[in-house]
Design a binder for this molecule. Sequence first.
Ligand SMILES: [Zn+2]
Length: 190
Amino acid sequence: MLGGDGEAVIHYPDPRLRERSTEVEEVTDEMRKRIETLWPVMYEQGGIGLAAPQVGWMVRLFLMNLAGESDEGEEVCFVNPVVQSKRGIEVDEEGCLSLPNVHGAVARPKKIVVTGKTLDGDEIEVEAEGLAARCILHELDHLDGKLIIDHFSEQDQRKNAGAIENLERAFADRPRVESEAEAEGEPAPQ
Ligand SMILES: [Zn+2]
């Protein structure tokens, strides 16, 4: 779960996965460095896309490499992505690094045009279809606090109920850092 520099993918139902991330005003060197540490996190977990909020970094950017391998495909980082147009509709199975063992059908536009910025701060406009469009829209959902389970049919919700319950249990039982109040010997709030 840990990648370079200790970045870790957070799992459902972590409330940060439900927040809307904030616009990036300027891509700084510090941000570029942090992004570099996220590629190995994505590859180690077999992902083809990773949105910043999935490591608890609440900014509007995501990484994508449809090959899912560091030495193959094309690495794309999208900053402040905005969908300008959508066409058609296609249903396909999706999974998510923040929802291990959860899979289901998600209907998404087939073709999209997306604008945004590169890591160099250049404005870009990209036309994507098929898996690329699906991946971009999946990551964009993360920037708005939306998850694949929100798109699932009732049947797929039921099919994944056990896996979702396991994640909820794991989150409730997660190891926690002692709160400052506890560290100072004050009673913890009830
Ligand atoms: Zn995801």
